[in-house]
Design a protein around this ligand. Structure first.
Ligand SMILES: *Cc1c(COP(=O)(O)O)cnc(C)c1O
Length: 381
């Protein structure tokens, strides 16, 4: 008896909800030839043809030399730390997605939280030095919302104290500054290609590597530590990206410029419509020459009639699913809050941002009418 799966048509969504993001999906017909190729080759993973193609195509697109694809951004973060044998204490930001600090715990590293700059919401370089101890081996900053960190100030401190810098660049796909891709700073940078990110492969991620030797070590680490059929050099993880994900990445890459252009327009429209609203500040503009408009964070200040949380509730009542990135702070989660550096008094700017920032919907396909509906919620307060 053969098992069969009943495939039913998924009913179309009937709600009027607007989400903070929607994954960009090219027409399915465009993806079928890629699947056909995988079926013909029977190569499903382990660095197959699409994996190789996507690594090269992303290097070209991003303007970086070497890149290693991963099954997701979190495994890439865990492996980036392992690649440089980071131990002891690592200085990081509490104002990020929880995976940033989790990657440290997965390596047996103690996170040391340092406050953020209230303007960029990135790790404040002025606060890093006082957190350095003899156990400190690295700094893990985040280009929050794709807004570049003060990479030069951070590198200077790292050089002075002989620390590695591993950037969580999950938000920073395609971001450039005057000196080129923001991804070439530090010792390694890590991208996420999760469905909610600007460039997605359903799940996926990558480590940007400065040289071929580092890439090779990372390629070994993401394949259990195998260097050849019989030699294992480290307790590596299985972090490999499959051919289906890599093929989808190749297709996405054909649409990325249009997607970024669309995001740019939405960003400009929000800024225009919200510029006169008292108590609402549009964040961003940290000196990047090419932004990716991955998020649209606003700060709800004290002179706005509602608190951030009341505004969040009001949006939800209107079926507009905005998000409080990043609330709670990572340092407030149970596995971190006992750390001395997690204390609120150490992190006043992060605590403030966490209670005031709201991310508005932004994604290709968000219509002018949707934007009007969103802005109307704010204006009617
Ligand atoms: C999305 C994200 C991650 C995790 O990436 P995954 O691909 O979902 O594992 C890590 N850090 C930050 C800042 C993120 O936004």
């Amino acid at each position: 008896m053969s098992a069969s799966v009943q495939l039913r048509a998924v009913p179309p969504r009937t709600d009027e909800r607007i989400y903070v993001t929607q994954p960009h999906l090219p027409p399915l017909a465009e993806f079928l030839p890629y699947l056909q190729e995988i079926w013909s080759s029977k190569i499903l993973t382990n660095g197959g043809p699409f994996h190789r193609q996507l690594e090269q195509a992303l290097c070209d697109y991003l303007g970086v030399k070497y890149l290693s694809l991963f099954a997701n951004g979190t495994l890439a973060l865990v492996t980036a730390l392992q690649a440089h044998r980071i131990t002891g204490e690592v200085i990081t930001t509490p104002y990020s997605f929880v995976a940033t600090a989790h990657s440290l715990l997965w390596n047996g590293i103690k996170p040391v939280f340092v406050d953020i700059d209230p303007n960029t919401l990135n790790l404040d370089p002025k606060r890093i030095e006082e957190a350095i101890t003899p156990q400190t081996t690295a700094i893990m900053p985040v280009h929050c919302y794709g807004h570049p960190c003060d990479v030069e100030a951070i590198q200077k401190i790292a050089d002075n104290y002989n620390l590695k810098v591993i950037y969580d660049a999950a938000h920073a796909f395609g971001v450039r500054t005057e000196s080129g891709s923001v991804l070439q700073h530090g010792d390694l940078s890590v991208l996420s290609f999760h469905a909610t990110k600007v460039f997605n492969t359903f799940e996926g991620g990558a480590i940007i590597c400065p040289d071929a030797k580092t890439k090779q070590r990372i390629d070994h680490l993401k394949n259990f530590g195998f260097v050849d059929e019989v030699t294992v050099v480290a307790p590596g993880i299985n972090g490999k990206m499959s051919e289906v994900n890599a093929a989808f990445g190749m297709l996405q890459l054909q649409h990325i410029d249009a997607a970024l252009e669309s995001r740019k327009k939405i960003d400009a429209t929000y800024r225009r419509l919200l510029s006169q609203v008292r108590g609402i500040r549009c964040l961003g503009d940290s000196g990047e020459t090419v932004a990716n408009y991955s998020y649209f964070p606003i700060q709800v200040d004290a002179d706005f009639p509602l608190s951030r949380d009341a505004l969040y509730d009001k949006f939800r009542e209107q079926e507009i699913i905005v998000r409080r990135y990043f609330y709670p702070l990572i340092s407030d989660f149970p596995m971190y809050r006992g750390l001395p550096s997690a204390h609120r008094s150490n992190l006043p700017c992060a605590a403030d941002a966490s209670s005031k920032v709201l991310c508005l919907p932004i994604y290709p396909g968000l219509s002018e009418a949707d934007i009007d509906r969103i802005v109307e919620v704010i204006e009617s307060c």
